[in-house]
Each structure stands twice: as structure tokens, then as C-alpha cells.
Write a protein that binds this ligand. Sequence first.
Ligand SMILES: [Mn+2]
Length: 331
Amino acid sequence: MTIAGTTPSTRAEVLDALRRGERFVLVTHENPDGDALGSLVAMQSVMRALGKDSLMFIGRDEFPLPYEYAFFEFDDLITEVPPDVLERTIVFLDCGNFDRNAVDIGDATIVNLDHHHDNTHFGTINHVDPAASCTAEIVWDLMRGLDVPLTPRIAEALYVGLVTDTGRFMYENTGPAAHVMAADLIEAGVDVHEIYRRLYEGVPEPKLALLTRALQRVQRFDGGRLTLARLTREDFAETGAEESYTEGIIDHLRAVQGTKVAALARELTGAEAAGRSKVSLRATDGAVDVSLIARAQSGGGHRQAAGFATSMGPDELVAFLRQEVAAQLDA
Ligand SMILES: [Mn+2]
């Protein structure tokens, strides 16, 4: 199966680069989510099956990972950039953009595998498919192109990427290929209920307390088309919640009748991040492209799910969001 939206030539180029290369390092974005980690773990297993010298990089400051992903087992994990990185092919998974100026990677070959429609095509080879439900779907396709057999381990990692990035098969990005892929993974031994339990149950109590606070603080604007909640540093401190516990809160905001755009703003808790907030955005239908709003603040994402960081205060943020939503809906 060729994934819609990518040209056969970039797929062939990637397959060729993966077959020919001998040493690789696999990387993903910061604050890695289920798709980032699942794609990374699956790709590492694929590279090992091909007999490659492949390392998987996750920065030291990403640990501990969010509790729902703590079950992942990482083979050949490195938390520091390897000294020979420039001699390795660097495979980026699920990264919409990459600041080449921030990290010196010289002339290293970069393979860019992603599904963000606003991917900046920063790689040497860019295999970017916005029609793919998740990066795991792209890895699944490449695995087949490389004739690597699907093991239970690969299947489980890919399934985590698939189920998290599609909102359990309910977001708009869930195409036929996502379900064909799910069938393939389940046939290979994925225990669907067990993965559901790991990802969505076992919620720490502070996470519930944080959700309670967010729901108490819902604000609606312009007839309800903008639904917003804010979480402060005090909320995190007083509930004992970690930053990653905000995961899923925005789905409650998005679900409110009449909402076109849902926004969750949370103050960053790190000492160096004082006064800065992270804003997550979700669109409920095709009427608003939230990636445009995020990009106006140097963020990015998908049409229906995007985010940005900002130093704007609460009032300024509300004014900005109302104006951006109006610019798209009232044009
Ligand atoms: Mn993804």
C-alpha cells in the first residue's frame, strides 16, 4: 500500500537510504507523545531487524516520561548526543520542524518522516504525509517496504502511536488506512484492552484534581465559539500535578456545544519559564485552522490540533484568540 499524499519517489528514496545506510540515530520531538515514542521504538526495532547500528535518542531532561508511557522498553537508548552523530544518518520521527541553527549537525544526512502538514521539510530526504493519521502509520508502511516482519513488539509500539494520535480512532485524521493498520497490528498480537488500560486508566489523583480546576475555570467567548480554560503555576503546585497531566483536558473543552475553537493555557512551571504559558488549541470542525493561529505565535501543528508558547498575559491572550478566530470565521 502506498500512503496517499506522498510521492512514490520520496518513499523509494527513504527505503533506499534506510537499506544503504549502516549507522543511524533516531530522534523525535521534545515532550514526546504516544506517536513520537511509539514511532521511535518501532523504528528502532525495524532498524535492528535490518541489522543496522542504530541508536535511539531521547534527551535526559525528558525523563521521567509521562506515566502513561512508562511501560515502554527502550533498546539502545542514548540520552546524550553521540560523539559520532555527524557520521550517522539522522532519522527524525514526528517532528514538524527543526532548528538547524540550534544544534550543529553539519552535513549529516537527515531523513524526515512526519505527518504534520506544516512540516518545514528540513531534511535531506523529506517523507511527509499529511494524510497519514500518525507517524506510526508511515513507519508501518516503510516496515513493509523493507520486508521486515511485524513482531508483537513493533506492533504494540505502532499501536500506541496510532491509538493516541487518532484520539482512539475518532479524530478526523482516522482514514481507512488507520483501521487496516489496526487490524494488521491486532493480528500480530496487540492486546487492545491491555494497551487501553496502560494509556487511559491508572490516572494519578493529582491529574483528576487538575482537571477539576480546569473545568471550574472554563470561559466562553463570542457566543461560545471560543472555549478556554487556564491553569496557573499554583494549580500545579497545589494539586501536585505534573505538566504532562494536562493531557486530555482540552478534549473536555472541545466537546462543549457551540465550540469552534478550544484553548487550554497553562503557565509553565520551570524556574527559567517564569511568565510563559503554553497554549494548546483544538478545532471542532473544518471551519477554523488552528495551526494558522499557532503559527502566528511561532508555534505549529495540525489544522485541528496545534499549540504555541507565549509570554502574553490572560487578557492579552483572550484578545488575541478572539481576534484570530474572528479573522477566520467572520472574513
Ligand atoms: Mn504524530
